[in-house]
Design a binder for this molecule. Structure first.
Ligand SMILES: Cc1cc2nc3c(=O)[nH]c(=O)nc-3n(C[C@H](O)[C@H](O)[C@H](O)COP(=O)(O)OP(=O)(O)OC[C@H]3O[C@@H](n4cnc5c(N)ncnc54)[C@H](O)[C@@H]3O)c2cc1C
Length: 361
């Protein structure tokens, strides 16, 4: 069977991939959007600051986002450097409040909006083969009805931390640390403050946030290895984090499933773009959840990537290298901020977790 044609194939339909597909399709390009997952997935990451409004408005999806009924967030509290929590209110933000997302709904809405703009979404479909062909790429996808062959001019890697396409194109990821999140979701319970709470302890730090439908997400962030094994001995318990412990008791909801361990290290590709391809979102550069910037950054990179691809499709040879430079300099700025924040916690000078972050910083 002759392969189908598209200008751009976007592999992965998380926030970054959906944003690129939406913008290119709206500009009149033929866009394939392939997503491996069949249904709702465990997509950790739910707290977003008020600034996300700018990206959602630029994508033209802010009204659809509001209709999804995410929980308004009033700000963040962090016990970091001291045992007492200090608050940062969104009260004075020019964009109003932030949100605690129902993440499955958020991702599904972005995908639907991309489809409404004309992107061809293939669910339960993953990339199997990728090879250079005349004028672009030949892709073999494995879908629910068998293999699908596509011929495209550009390929976008939006596969998240796997960076499947970039790695096949020879661009390596450079992890900075071994951070993992041990994550549990707690079912409907009592109301807790609509704020994200961050609390440092000897071997890592905790975050917790309320979610829509009175649920709560709790994550213990630590290094893979010794600490993860300890955490896996049973559900993670914030015994050394009194504010988090009190919040969990106050909420009182039951853990919905066993804890999941997810990678959360900072990493960046050596090159975020090359001949005929670019990477976007976590695939290009993944940041520490401490920053609460992953989703906004995925959308902002989606906007930048769509601009670069539209220019490249129009024959501008400088657009893709300029995009790669932009990702590198964004990651360099992030590293400065990360270093600044980790150095503010000095209470455990003999802890490997903190020492490694000060050295790396
Ligand atoms: C513990 C933890 C807590 C976090 N907390 C926050 C937070 O509070 N706020 C925040 O903003 N960010 C947070 N983040 C980060 C945030 O979740 C990510 O930055 C964001 O999801 C990145 O979006 P993305 O589209 O780049 O990648 P992803 O959301 O990972 O999407 C990638 C998509 O590609 C698909 N895919 C992968 N491989 C293939 C393939 N071969 N073929 C087809 N499809 C494929 C996947 O199924 C997935 O749907 C957190 C992350 C972690 C680990």
């Amino acid at each position: 069977m002759a392969p189908c044609d598209a200008d751009v194939a976007v592999i992965g339909a998380g926030p970054a991939g959906a944003a690129v597909a939406l913008l290119l399709a709206r500009a009149g390009h033929r866009v394939l959007l392939a997503e491996r997952d069949t249904g709702p997935r465990l997509a950790v990451g739910e707290s977003v600051g008020p600034g996300i409004r700018v990206a959602l408005e630029r994508l033209g999806v802010f009204d659809a986002f509001l209709a999804d009924g995410h929980l308004e967030s009033l700000g963040n509290m962090s016990a970091w450097g001291t045992p007492e929590a200090a608050g940062r209110d969104f009260l004075f933000s020019p964009y109003g409040n932030g949100w605690h997302l129902e993440r499955g709904r958020f991702d599904a809405t972005l995908r639907r909006q991309a489809q409404l703009c004309g992107a061809m979404l293939h669910g339960a479909t993953r990339l199997e083969q990728l090879a250079r062909a005349a004028g672009g790429w030949r892709l073999r996808l494995a879908g629910p009805d068998g293999p699908l062959d596509w011929h495209t001019r550009f390929v976008v890697d939006a596969t998240g931390r796997r960076a499947t396409v970039a790695r096949r194109c020879g661009s390596a990821r450079r992890p900075l640390d071994h951070l993992v999140g041990v994550v549990t979701y707690h079912g409907a319970g009592n109301k807790v403050q609509c704020r994200t709470l961050i609390e440092a302890e000897r071997d890592g730090w905790w975050y917790s946030a309320p979610l829509p439908e009175a649920r709560l997400v709790l994550a213990y962030m630590t290094d893979a290895g010794r600490h993860t094994r300890r955490a896996l001995a049973g559900p993670p318990r914030p015994d050394s984090a009194p504010l988090t412990h009190a919040r969990l008791v106050q909420h009182g909801g039951q853990a919905e499933a066993a804890a999941a361990i997810v990678p959360a290290y900072s990493a960046c590709l050596a090159q975020a773009a090359g001949a005929g391809w670019l990477a976007v979102g976590d695939a290009a550069a993944s940041v520490d959840p401490l920053s609460s910037q992953g989703i906004v950054s995925a959308l902002e990179q989606g906007l930048a990537a769509a601009g670069a691809l539209a220019a490249a499709l129009g024959g501008d040879a400088s657009a893709m290298p300029a995009y790669a430079d932009r990702i590198s300099s964004m990651y360099a700025d992030y590293l400065v901020q990360r270093a600044h924040y980790y150095r503010r916690e000095q209470r455990w000078p003999d802890s490997d977790f903190w020492r490694q972050r000060w050295v790396n910083a």
